[in-house]
Design a protein around this ligand. Structure first.
Ligand code: EPZ
Length: 423
C-alpha cells in the first residue's frame, strides 16, 4: 500500500486548482438511470470512488465513456437494465446506495445491497427506505439486500417529513420522485450545494423541481426525462482542505475555482482564528502571514453549518493554534479516529464522546501515522506540513477516494511531499 511522506516547516505559496465535487458527481452519475438519453458530466473529478461508481453503473447496463483524462463522463442507459446492485461493488463505497431511487423510478423494482458498517458511524438507510415506502414501494431486507418493489410498477408522489436532513436520502428521494405519478414534497430536506447541483442537472434533463437549497423541496413527477450536459460543482471539501494548508504551514495560497458561498461557515471560523480569506477573480486566497492562528470552537452541522467533512482537517489546524478549542461532532458518532494519530505527532487532544478538546502546541513532531478514513488521512498530511521532521502517512488508498494527486497539488505550492509506492 502506498504511503505519503511529508517534511514539515516550509511556508506555502502559489495556486491550487480545485476539482469538481466527489459528493456531487456520486449523486449525478446515477441520474443516467432516469433517462434513455445521454447524460454528460463535465468538470468531473478523477478519483477512485468515481471509478467504483462507473463500475457499478456498468454492471447495471450503463455505457460510460470517460474522456479528457477523466474530466468528462458520457453516460447512457438504453432499454431494460439489470436492477441488482451487487454487494461486491456496494461494499467498496456506500454512495452506491444512490442507485436505489433511480432504479425503482425507472423499472419499478430494484435489489440493492445494504452497504454495511463504516469507520465513521453506523450510517443506516432508514430515512431512504421510509421515504420510498411513503411513495408506494414495499422494501424487504433479505440476505443483506434491500428488495424494493413499487406498487403497480410505478412510484407515486407523497409528502415526506425527514427526521434528519440526510444528504443521501434527499438525493435518492428527489431522483425517485422525478418520474413518480404526482407531486412529492420533502420536508426537512438536506440543503447541501451537492443537492442543488443534482437538482440543477435533473432540471436540465426535464425534471420539475423547486426549493432545492431550502428545507422544503417539491418535485412534480413527469413521464420521461431527456439527456443533458452538466458541469459538476466545485468540491467545497477539497477547497476547505487546501484553504487550511497555508494556515497550518504559513504562507499564502490561492484556490482556483473556490467560491465563498460554498464555504461560508468554514471561512467564518478561519476569520475568527485570525486568518485572512479574500475573494479573487479566480477563487479564494488564504494567507497566514505571521504568528499562529487563534483557537476557535467548532460544531459540525448540516449545510449551511460547519461541514463534518472538514472537521478532521480543522482539528489539525487547531492542534497548532494558540489556546484551547472545543470541537463538537454532531453528524457522525465515530469521527475522531484521527485524534490519536495527531496525538502521536505531539498534539494535545482529549476526546469524550462527540466532543474533542484541543490545546494548541507550539510545534508538532513528525511520526509514522495511520489513515483510517478519507478525511482523517488528509488531516494527517496537513498536520505533517507543520511538523518538525518527517511524517509518514500510511494506507493512503483512503485519500485517493476523495483527493486528486494531493502530493502534486501541495508540491506545486512548495510543500516537501512525496508518495512512496507500496511493496
Ligand atoms: C454524505 O453522506 C456525504 N457522502 C458524506 O461525505 C458527508 O459526511 C455526509 O453526507 C454529511 O454531510 C456523499 O455525499 C457520498 P447523511 P450521507 O445521509 O449521504 C444518519 C466524505 O467524507 N442517517 O446526511 O451518507 C447517518 O447515520 C463523506 O466525503 C440515518 O440515521 O450522509 C449520519 O449520522 C463521508 N438514516 C447522518 O444521518 C438514514 O437513512 C448524516 O447522514 C440516513 C442517514
Amino acid at each position: 500500500m502506498d504511503s505519503i511522506i511529508v517534511k514539515g516547516g516550509k511556508p506555502l505559496s502559489g495556486q491550487i486548482h480545485i476539482a469538481g465535487a466527489k459528493n456531487a458527481a456520486l449523486a449525478l452519475m446515477p441520474a443516467t438511470l432516469l433517462s434513455e438519453e445521454p447524460l454528460t458530466l463535465t468538470n468531473a473529478p478523477r478519483l477512485s470512488d468515481i471509478k467504483t461508481m462507473t463500475e457499478l453503473l456498468q454492471s447495471l447496463g450503463a455505457e460510460i465513456t470517460s474522456m479528457q483524462d477523466g474530466k468528462v463522463q458520457a453516460m447512457s442507459t438504453h432499454g431494460t437494465i439489470n436492477t441488482t446492485a451487487d454487494y461486491d461493488i456496494v461494499r467498496k463505497m456506500r454512495a452506491s446506495n444512490l442507485v436505489l431511487g433511480p432504479l425503482l423510478a425507472r423499472e419499478g423494482h430494484a435489489v440493492v445491497s445494504l452497504p454495511g458498517g463504516c469507520a465513521i458511524g453506523a450510517r443506516p438507510m432508514d430515512i431512504h427506505t421510509d421515504g420510498l415506502e411513503k411513495m408506494g414501494a414495499s422494501i424487504d431486507l433479505k440476505d443483506g439486500y434491500l428488495h424494493a418493489k413499487a406498487a403497480g410498477g410505478k412510484l407515486k408522489g407523497a409528502v415526506i417529513d425527514f427526521p434528519f436532513a440526510s444528504v443521501g436520502a434527499t438525493e435518492n428521494i428527489m431522483m425517485a420522485a422525478t418520474l413518480a405519478k404526482g407531486t412529492t414534497v420533502i420536508n426537512n430536506a438536506a440543503r447541501e450545494p451537492e443537492i442543488v447541483d443534482l437538482a440543477t442537472c435533473l432540471r436540465r434533463m426535464g425534471a420539475q423541481i423547486d426549493g432545492d437549497g431550502t428545507a422544503t423541496i417539491t418535485i412534480q413527477g413527469v413521464d420521461r426525462l431527456g439527456g443533458a450536459t452538466h458541469p459538476v460543482v466545485t468540491d467545497r471539501i477539497e477547497l476547505g482542505t487546501y484553504m487550511l494548508a497555508p494556515v497550518i504551514a504559513g504562507g499564502e495560497v490561492e484556490c482556483i475555482g473556490g467560491r465563498m458561498d460554498l464555504v461560508a461557515a468554514f471561512a467564518e471560523k478561519l476569520d475568527a482564528s485570525g486568518v485572512s480569506v479574500t475573494e479573487t477573480a479566480n477563487g479564494l486566497k488564504v494567507a497566514r502571514k505571521n504568528g499562529r492562528p487563534t483557537a476557535v470552537d467548532v460544531t459540525t452541522e448540516p449545510f449551511p453549518g460547519f461541514p463534518t467533512d472538514l472537521q478532521a482537517q480543522m482539528m489539525a489546524m487547531l492542534c497548532v493554534a494558540e489556546g484551547k478549542s472545543v470541537l463538537e461532532e454532531k453528524i457522525f458518532e465515530n469521527r475522531f479516529m484521527h485524534a490519536p494519530e495527531l496525538v502521536r505527532m505531539g498534539a494535545e487532544i482529549e476526546v469524550h464522546g462527540g466532543t474533542a478538546t484541543v490545546t494548541g502546541v507550539e510545534r508538532m513532531k513528525g511520526a509514522p501515522v495511520m489513515a483510517t478514513d478519507l478525511r482523517a488521512s488528509v488531516s494527517l498530511i496537513l498536520a505533517g506540513l507543520a511538523a518538525e521532521g518527517e511524517t509518514q502517512v500510511n494506507r493512503v488508498y483512503h485519500l485517493d477516494r476523495g483527493y486528486e494527486h494531493v502530493e502534486d497539488k501541495l508540491g506545486a505550492v512548495g510543500a516537501d511531499i512525496k508518495r512512496v509506492p507500496g511493496s
